[in-house]
Design a protein around this ligand. Sequence first.
Ligand code: PMP
Length: 326
Amino acid sequence: MDIRTGFVGTVGNTPLIRLNSFSDKTGCEILGKAEFLNPGGSVKDRAALYIIEDAEKKGLLKPGGTVVEGTAGNTGIGLAHICNAKGYRCLIIIPETQSQEKIDLLRALGAEVRPVPAVPYRDPNNFVKLSGTIAAEMDNAIWANQFDNPANRLAHYETTGPELWAQTDGRIDAWVSATGTGGTYAGVTQFLKEKNPTLKCVLADPMGSALYHYFKTGEFKSEGNSVTEGIGTSRLTENLNGAPVDEAVQVDDAEMLRVVYQLLRRDGLFMGGSVGINVGAAVAVAKQMGPGHTIVTILCDGGARYQSRLYNPEWLASKGLSVPEL
Ligand code: PMP
């Protein structure tokens, strides 16, 4: 018998997929961890589960309690599913500039969604800070605090990293990942470096994020912008802090689109934008290292979440981008 117990038992243990068109072209094995196959549809199911179970273990969250987070994306979706499965309420604070689609989706999943005015991070009414304040004022409630809560990184240290190691028999030459909170990159990096300190760990970054320059020069500086969602940042989060970065690779949106359309048309994989950054960076690393190496990365979420954007020629044109010729 091979039965997983409910939603919670179905998080993780995702397949590792050989990305054929990219592997054949580079002569490297370019492998993607199929995080879009998590039951909530993204890599963030792992962090959401660890954050909630950490709070349960610490006695901070008791039956009937509320999980509060400031997020417009995959973390909110993961939290909403897990709250349903475990009998908690989920309260999501999001900037009112976010699409109605996202608000409707979170509400359909059963979360209470409170849209608030969009103000910069330094303002105490910023949606992330506000979510912390609201949680602190409620009884039997926790603030998920995905950026700075180390339970996020631990999920990847204890699950994603060991799974990658087992799935490849430890034969990995490089690990490549973009970062939003840094949980995925840092947790997997920590595990893989303990197993093999010479394994190359590469941070992939979209334009408009300050991390590439930070790891190249020590200065937080960004150039350009990106239509990718959920990745790129201008500060060192607690989850990313201390993670070794052997190299940083920047991938622009034109390249990201070439990658996601190639994944769709040649490999049959319908992927989100951050996957384009990850696989684009993995190809750059493959070219640097030369044929015969194994490079692993993350397939964070699927393309359906971006159908009206990345897969819509009119929307792309409005951003000065276009569907690439392959
Ligand atoms: N890709 C997507 C689509 C995401 O939503 C996220 C999470 N923000 C990431 C990548 C990055 O994951 P992490 O937060 O673990 O750095």
